[in-house]
Design a protein around this ligand. Sequence first.
Ligand code: SF4
Length: 767
Amino acid sequence: MLTPSATVVRDVSAPVPFEDSAPRTSKPRVVAAGMPAIISTAKHGIRKMGAIRSISNLSKVNKFDGFDCPGCAWPDPDGHRTFAEFCENGAKAVADEATKRKAGPDFWKKWSVSELSRKSDFWLNEQGRITHPLVLNQNSEHYEEISWDDAFEMIADNLAVLSDPDQAIFYTSGRTSNEAAFLWQLLARTLGTNNLPDCSNMCHESSGHALTQSIGIGKGTVTLDDFIHSDLILIVGQNPGTNHPRMLTALRDAKKNGSSVVSINPLEEAGMGRFKHPQNPLEVLGSGTKIADEHVNLRINGDMALFRGFAKTIISQDACDIEFIEDHTDGFDDYSELVQNTEWGDVESLSGVAREVIERIGNKIAQSKSMIVCWAMGLTQHKNAVQTIQEIANVSLLGGHIGRSGAGLCPVRGHSNVQGDRTVGINHHPSATFLDALDDRFGIEAPRIPGCDAVEAVRRMSSGQSNVFMSMGGNFLSAMSDTRATASALQNCELTVQISTKPNRSHLITGKSALILPCLGRTERDSTGIGDQFVTVENSMGVVHMSVGNARPASDMLMSEPAIVASIGSKLNQSGIHMDIPWLELVNDYDNIRREIESVIPGFDSYNERSRNRGGFYLPNSPRDSRKFDTPTGKANFISNPMSSITADAGKFVMMSIRSHDQYNTTIYGLDDRYRGVKGGRRVVFVNELDMEENGWQELQTVNVSSHYDGKVITSERWYLVPYNIPPGNVATYFPESNELIPLESVADMSNTPTSKSVLVSISTAN
Ligand code: SF4
């Protein structure tokens, strides 16, 4: 290990700093998109990119020959693309990446990391694109420019002297392309570690675990086209209006085709109210389309009980698809018995929903010929998340709603390529089949001991078991739970490396030494010795398609993600870690990388040819394609879990963390939440009005919030109370601000995902 001179203790602030003033509040909206979305898109575009760039970039996003939106993973239409194939938040994501602002060497000379750590996430993000590789030396408070070669040497030197490869951690954010992700996992495994945590550990890991056990694949089973053929769509624990806005178009079209939509969420979101498609003048000027026919504002974490109630209704009416059940499933009898032995009283109390409402929707499900169930973080970030998603799969199996047109399960991914990264090997517990294929192809001995996920990564860094943290994109500190624990873990490292586009808090809370490696964005041209390159991504429906940037890079000093990984691999070769991998040849032409992926991972036949097809290609999905289930039973499994839900003791609340309409994951585009009527601030606690009265609280009163877990109490100060239509005993706050309240130990069973959607908190008046 490099001999450290006296280490400067950097006085950095990990949690997001307080806001000086209370936000302003107004009546929440019940209409999504429309003229306000057009205005907001124009504002963000012109403010960050200017008019010309806005037109050139936005005319290319999500087009067959354009780049994939760096926002969520909602699919593009297979056959056609509209002239503006993006939503308001997609436009914000593009503007944010293609901003004219630059955080060049002078910026980092001016500001110390301690000073920057006291800036808000919004301010940090506003500083623009990082233009040069930067190093934060042990005895320094300021990042300085470093050459790429010296940066790669520094990384190789730190990796080469590790006594155990598991001292290194390779984190991946979901924006990483298939090509970069495949090389990243290859680098880690050739080095000898499976320490490959990724952002899905914090989001849909629970879906992957649940569905793999239920139907033999950790992905959804629907296509975009299924929406138009469904007769019933359930939106559970998801806020499409903000987090997957183009989904509203699919829901509008399904409604126009006779489908019914039910929103199931503690919060009644604008996107489930009325939708005005911004490209349809009649809708913009008219009243738009009513999306949800019914809204069920169950209590936080009441979903499992609710779906158990639906199953009771279906089974009591003998409305099961017995033929499908007999031919394609296992475990029905046990499940049916469990359901019938479940008391309605428990269903009502744990769900927070009245029996007659449950039976009314249960009837709709029982009569449905083609039902789709969609969900997002509102389901996956709870202790019983895996069991809840299995209960949803059970209800879908009762009606045979798998592998039928217009029917299926639809976990909607929040990051544009988080599903693709997992598909090409970003997985801390990979299959033996995959590792065997890697060994055969590259002549390596890939490690067989599972690595660490995001939560375990924090533990390993805290204990010193791991001390080199490499992050491909993302903002690990802000995305992770228990901000203080994550901060001290990162600070316990010898070296942290961030491959990034813009400044964020993970650049400020670092190891003793730190590097920032500025990479190309999706919008930017990526040229190598043989010409322009394209990358590929996989959306929530399992469609792999190309993304090609065409804008001039923000700086001539930027490197592509694949080139950065290959340069580290090549440098390691020189540092004595012999890797018989032609790194630089692979990234000279990305077709070479795709050939390697094709040779190692099933379903990528003729990868280079098919990724050049208009719209790309669908990966195989046996439950969807042929009702085949790759489970130990060879069938889809009814899984009988005891019903559960989090309950708060007297004087405590169940808190869930949510996104505002002006953010994408941990990236803060603005301080407003137009749909929920909040302006100019983010440290708000949404509280039920009766709870406000009962506690004698005033609107915008300043309070402290404390979380309680197994005797551990974490307090976060100076939040503002906002009365809101949320079930009694439940409160909501924005992340990443409230991530400091989520204890590291509070995780979901089996998936180990932080329980960001259900934490017990108490609220006290601030001094
Ligand atoms: S719906 Fe998602 S992928 Fe589509 S434009 Fe919006 S943010 Fe981007």
